[in-house]
Design a protein around this ligand. Sequence first.
Ligand SMILES: Nc1nc2c(ncn2[C@@H]2O[C@H](COP(=O)(O)OP(=O)(O)OP(=O)(O)O)[C@@H](O)[C@H]2O)c(=O)[nH]1
Ligand SMILES: [Mg+2]
Length: 345
Amino acid sequence: MHPLAQRVLDGEVRAAARAMRLVDERAEGHVALLKDLAGHVGRAYVIGVTGTPGAGKSTLVDRLIALFRAEGKKVGVVAVDPTSPFSGGSILGDRIRMQRHFLDDGVFIRSVATRGAMGGLSRSAGDVTRILDAFGCDVVLLETVGVGQDELEVTRHAHTTLVVVPPGGGDDVQANKAGILEIADIFVVNKADREGADAQVRHLESMLALGREIRAGHAAAGVRGHGHTAASTAHTLGHDLSATDDEWTPPILKTIAARNEGLEPLRQAIDRHRAFLATPKGRMHHERQERDRLLGMFRDTLVEAALTTLGPAIDEETARVLSGAHDPYTACEHLLARFRGETRG
Ligand SMILES: Nc1nc2c(ncn2[C@@H]2O[C@H](COP(=O)(O)OP(=O)(O)OP(=O)(O)O)[C@@H](O)[C@H]2O)c(=O)[nH]1
Ligand SMILES: [Mg+2]
């Protein structure tokens, strides 16, 4: 057993902090530690909070912390900043927004900014979440900025994902429509004290309706679920995913986080989604998510292994592509062949 594991399980704050740092830095032995903790993970309820920059995610998280603390729950917060490991800008904002909880010994706030070779951010966020879980947190709030691919990956670690947007015509949500539809369990139109909140609600409603129509069309045409991954999951797990698509319709709620308004209905919506996850349809949703998560972890593992094994070969192939000796496809085939050769070796 890793020397830190038992101390984390015993709820020792300093051990948990150390463990999270090891994991964030991908330090030697961190995988062994995570393996030791794995059997003790799964008790925490993980709530992802993502959405437009500046929409009020941290303010909402701050309010949710207060709600859960009032129930005596131990709360973990993971603030993910994918913009840059150096900027620290939004993390600073998070710290200010949540500072009243920093002295509460039932709240554990941790920032994650490390980006590995590829997609490492999601993995770090997930690993830190698992440590907070093993450490005994009842709830983990996982805040991530933006709605790009990184954020979509991060929210795979959440049981319930809130997508937070400000009032307006929905231009900002337009950018990653498909992604948002896929990950949002609950939409939150925050800053409802500002103009355009109802317009935003209507926009999201029409987006959801359109999404349903498209999926219904796909189902009729024999295309299942959300494409390749979903279809292959259906195959592996023996489910027909097309039947599950409409089982949970994301509610759209208005909040004014700055004034603590609308938080109770949000809390209830989270509970309803949690109850949904416990139903057979909900469990299928969970299985699909688990598979996607494993796939993501495996991809990270594979890329890391390949980069370590291949090392200079990547530069060599790049030089060949640059000189015109190889096209990029051939270069990739060569790299793959070399990797296979090494691993067989
Ligand atoms: N008018 C109004 N302002 C709000 C509300 N909620 C939050 N704000 C303000 O909006 C600004 C951004 O809030 P944050 O909670 O930091 O937003 P965020 O989404 O976490 O921001 P990033 O993490 O930087 O993307 C702050 O100045 C908040 O005080 C609200 O309901 N109404
Ligand atoms: Mg924030």
